[in-house]
Design a protein around this ligand. Structure first.
Ligand SMILES: Nc1ncnc2c1ncn2[C@@H]1O[C@H](COP(=O)(O)OP(=O)(O)OP(=O)(O)O)[C@@H](O)[C@H]1O
Length: 269
């Protein structure tokens, strides 16, 4: 399957430069959801973001997706300034966000239809994506006829329909039972490698981040900041019973839990 992500390995997939986001909440109080965030995602890299609720993970993903513009700073996708959503970036949310009145196949084809892709071509590509996500047998089923894991496979296939090089995933497996979740993680790694995607994946789950990511961005709240970036040098496929896996898990848990140093807070204020 031709996929643009295999091209231009020399340009970073995503660049986040000095990004801050100020929200005004209902009580009129100001809230820095993100403060001075810098991050690069290399072409073909798998990066997970982890951190407590409210540290700005979704805000950052929404900016990379082009759904919101930052109060300060710049974002680039493959060297181009991000000014809105684009077919080069596919998004998968926690809630399946499928159209209930369309079959799995038609859900996958939806974005292609919007782009004016001819029927035969979009059917052929949707079939290819159904194969890629292990759903060839379920293309004619409606979302209510699918399990949670199958629905999320459809959501992944749909996000891939425009052949994006960058896949943005906001806690995509959080609502899925542990066994299915482990299978979906393995499938995602296979798809990532097969298509050469660059992935930004948000999770609350340290185990999931260590299983998937080449780098983990640990964020902290109030204001949302990057606290730590940790390389995961373990080869794939990873084993959870590998002592090196456990050691990295422990290191992230520690980084996740340690309080932000008051000095750092003061200097950044
Ligand atoms: N549209 C908005 N208007 C006002 N405040 C917002 C908006 N979106 C997010 N926020 C606030 O910005 C902060 C960061 O929210 P965000 O959803 O990015 O965090 P998160 O790390 O993804 O949290 P969670 O893990 O709970 O999903 C929070 O304090 C949130 O209340």
């Amino acid at each position: 399957m031709p996929h643009p992500s295999i091209e231009r390995r020399d340009v970073p997939a995503v660049q986040v430069r000095g990004v801050s986001q100020l929200f005004m909440s209902a009580g009129e109080s100001l809230n820095w959801a993100l403060s001075d965030v810098d991050l690069d995602i290399a072409a073909g890299e798998f990066v997970c973001a982890i951190g407590p609720s409210g540290c700005g993970k979704t805000t950052l993903l929404n900016m990379i997706a082009g759904f919101i513009r930052p109060t300060k700073g710049q974002l680039y996708a493959r060297g181009q300034a991000i000014t809105g959503p684009g077919p080069d970036r596919g998004v998968v949310f926690q809630e399946y966000a499928l159209f209930p009145w369309l079959t799995a196949q038609k859900n996958i084809e939806f974005g292609l239809k919007q782009q004016g892709v001819a029927k035969a071509q979009r059917q052929a590509y949707a079939t290819e994506l159904l194969r890629l996500t292990g759903l060839l047998h379920a293309g004619q089923r409606y979302p209510f006829e699918l399990s949670g894991g199958m629905r999320q496979r459809v959501a992944v296939a749909r996000a891939l329909a425009t052949r994006p090089g960058i896949l943005l995933m906001d806690e995509p497996f959080a609502a899925i039972d542990a066994l299915t979740r482990a299978t979906l993680q393995e499938e995602l790694l296979r798809i990532w490698q097969e298509l050469g995607l660059s992935v930004f994946f948000i999770t609350h789950n340290i185990d999931e981040a260590v299983f998937l990511a080449q780098r983990i961005v640990v964020m902290s709240p109030h204001p949302g900041r990057v606290r730590d970036i940790i390389d995961i040098p373990l080869p794939y496929p990873r084993r959870r019973d590998d002592p090196a896996f456990g050691a990295i898990y422990a290191r992230i848990a520690q980084s996740f839990e340690k309080p932000v140093e008051p000095e750092k807070e003061r200097l950044a204020a």
